[in-house]
Design a protein around this ligand. Sequence first.
Ligand code: 3HC
Length: 705
Amino acid sequence: MTTINDVTDLTYDGEPGSGQIAVITLDSPPVNALSAPVRDGLWEAFNQATASDASAIVLICEGRTFIAGADITSFGGPATGKSLLEVQLMMENSPIPVVAAIHGTALGGGLEVALCAHYRIAVPSAKCGLPEVNLGLLPGAGGTQRLPRIVGPQQALEFMTTGMHVPAAECLDSGLVDALATEGNLRADAVAYARQLVAEGKPLKKVRDNDDKVAGARDTPEIFSAFRASKAARKWRGFLAPEAIIKCVEAAVNLPFDEGIKREQELFHGLVTSDESAAQRYVFFAERQVWKMPDVPRETEVLAVESVGVIGAGTMGGGITMNFVNAGIPVTIVETTQEALDRGLAVVRANYERSAKNGRFPLEDVDRRMAMITPSLSLSDLSDVDLIIEAVFENMDIKKEIFATLDDVAKPGAILATNTSALNIDEIASATARPEWVIGMHFFSPANVMRCVEVVRAKHTSLEVINTAMQTSKRIGKLAALVGVCPGFVGNRMLAQRGREAQALLDEGAMPWEVDKALYEFGFAMGPFQMSDLAGLDIGWSKDTSNGATIRDQLCELDRRGQKTSAGYYDYDENRTPSPSPITEEIVRAFAAKSGRDARTFTQDDITERLVLPMINEGAKILAEHKAMRSSDIDMIWITGYNWPAYRGGPMFYADQLGVGVVLERLKALQAEYGDMWAPAPLIEELAASGGTFASVPASPISTD
Ligand code: 3HC
């Protein structure tokens, strides 16, 4: 065996001079990403192997996967060592056949390397994908030009704009891989395959030369316009990469290979230097950071959760139930009346039927899923479950009563969780004699759709219970962030600041549709007033106590209670399309006149700043109080709990991009104009003084003070 460098070995299989096969083995944990040593090792190994008397070369990886792509940490850093292009040219121009042997995932640059081999063999469990789009990038190592030459432009568009991981069997069908190996026997099968290719005198197939599939699409430019207009395109608003990928595939169809590569390079450069991609790359790592808890060791026990109890069959309880059932975990759902139970289960069934109709699973599955839910009218039916989640309405006395009862009925070792979105969990836990088993699991609405769970650590919650709540959230496909007890926890505490300013803007004469438009343009799906109309303006409003003191009061008094009454902040037509309402406008103007502030017009930037800066300020306070472990956790809560646009990286990353000094300056200016609620958080002052960023603040355990 020749050791090329720390991560690359070269061995030979067979007798020298008699058709031996060179085997290049990469071993660069965790995922064999294409770092400089990997590229250098590959180049040198191919250089030596092609100069040897081997008759073919197999490229294979150690560890959990084939090459999973470029090293994402290295983007934007100085270029060192051999370039990926040099490695690819060495492979593609090899005078002897090169076979890529794939297990795990061949992703991004990893698949692009494999596409420069003359043949690809994969184990059945392997998957291939070009997921660069999720990082705000396009496949920039020839993938956009080679993939359409194998699978055709239509499939290539789908493949690259979704970033899907395609199973080996499908890759075999589409020609992306040439042969399947036996699971667990990849090395031997790949060597045998290489020998067979040599014996049969198979040609050195270069994907770049395969023009049939792209030439066939030259007369059908409408595939691109149709793709741009497709349903999927709506999801791409604000993201730069999908359009750049489409342009590359157009180049693959219309230009010679080398010119197509040049086009790919230009477009890749534009993306890799964009703020959007920087944000999405940050999100990639932030998603993986959330699970790391400074004072909860990795080896902390995860308790078995094989059955769950949910208390409350309302919107939240039903959604929470669906999450567990979808993951194969049976749920007992408890309500106070048969009517509420029936209503809740009917909503769950209707949701499942809709999913089945949309093709997510077969219609027969609806009954199978519903059968995993046991309805009950008694908390004592929860005596045997491993995890109980209370999801009744936000009333401390009721929650305490429920937890006191649970203390009597739940088995020892059951986790007692509350889905409260704001109440003090220490107080809820005080109703039990086992506060170490009490924790918050705050799901976001709709709970069966939104990925976020705030796992709320109370004063006495044990490490095992924390770890189990986090891992169980992961198991049901959620992104969980550990947070501390404070009013509204992380997400709603920041949202309250944004809500305060949205109302203040109206009081100063901004129209609800102007505020909503600013947030929509920023990248949110909708603004607070559209959201309010959707949810119902009368949530928490009472006719008996309403005295017209707020804009909302006045709207509700006019029976403008949101979409359900076809009027709220907006007017709605029969298709629920909103339009600005002259009545709302009149009310807003009257309030603005009363406020004593000069009526003014707001630019979109004014509004965005007024809504986003208070969130950042509150986020800084949360971080300083250690109610979140790190700033990127706050960002993930906003991305997965409120649909903050991923290409803006979350509020704290956005603040870092603006510059903490700029944030400080703007907060001070707003403080001078509007008063001390705008006083900058001390952490912002500190970071601005030291030139620091939120991302540079070290992770800290959650404070339980
Ligand atoms: N670069 C650097 N680090 C990477 C990486 C990459 N491409 N891919 C994964 N990692 C790191 C992760 O951050 C994580 O680090 P940590 O343990 O310190 O948190 C570790 O490797 C393990 O990753 P996961 O926790 O994600 O492990 P899984 O087993 O769950 O998943 C995976 C493995 C499917 C390979 C997943 O890591 C993944 O999807 N990776 C990214 C793939 C990708 O996007 N490739 C394209 C890169 S861009 C590119 O290639 C550009 C090219 O076109 C020029």
